[in-house]
Ligand binder design. Structure first.
Ligand code: ADP
Length: 192
């Protein structure tokens, strides 16, 4: 079937607290999509802040500018059939909704990595929560800055119940069920 080689553009828009697991899960999804022969580009929040958004801080205005830039690039890619994963905290609902409007409801897949704050703080992989609690970092999401949870995300995953590979399974299954990705084995079946 020729449809198996068609590539559709979409954006997997990850949102969640620092340390929730966005980058970790994005890495697994990226590898799994590549393995399946899909194109995929990742716009990771931390990486974007060292290049595209270098110099921006963490005020509401700067956070919104950062997210608007990520949405702008994600849209350029997705409209040219390049799937994208964005992995930035993106704490404000209004700003995420603006990204959804730009990219288009049919291509925008909001994924709330809904790991509770206590778990993120317990992990504290980068030591940032300890610094935020000590007042050494201001405007830290979840501690001294807001995080507005998505009201109706396409996918919601709490990583306290799911290993990264399980989370990737949930996301890939969503893509298959919704026609963004040919089911695994279909290509092999078509070639047999
Ligand atoms: P974020 O991108 O959301 O800031 P990261 O992916 O950078 O989060 O960090 C999440 C950390 O939590 C990683 O060190 C990861 O190994 C760890 N972790 C522990 N359990 C899980 C899990 N079930 N799913 C995802 N990450 C997990």
């Amino acid at each position: 079937m020729s449809t198996t080689t068609e590539q559709k553009g979409f954006v997997l828009w990850f949102t969640g607290l620092s340390g929730a697991g966005k980058t970790t899960i994005a890495d697994v999804v990226e590898a799994r999509l590549k393995h399946r022969g899909s194109k995929i580009e990742v716009l990771d929040g931390d990486v974007v802040r060292t290049h595209l958004s270098k110099g921006l801080g963490f005020s509401r205005e700067d956070r919104d500018t950062n997210i608007a830039r990520i949405a702008f690039v994600a849209n350029l890619l997705a409209r040219n059939e390049v799937p994208v994963i964005t992995a930035a905290i993106s704490p404000y609902r209004e700003t995420r909704d603006a990204a959804r409007d730009l990219i288009g409801d049919g291509k925008f897949i909001e994924i709330h990595i809904a790991t509770p704050l206590e778990e993120c703080e317990k992990r504290d992989v980068k030591g940032l929560y300890a610094k935020a609690r000590a007042g050494e970092i201001k405007e830290f999401t979840g501690i001294s800055d807001p995080y507005e949870e998505p009201l109706d995300p396409e996918i919601k995953i709490d990583t306290t119940d799911h290993e990264p590979h399980d989370s990737a399974d949930i996301i890939l299954e969503y893509l298959e069920v919704n026609g963004f990705l040919a089911p695994a084995g279909e290509l092999e079946g078509a070639l047999a």
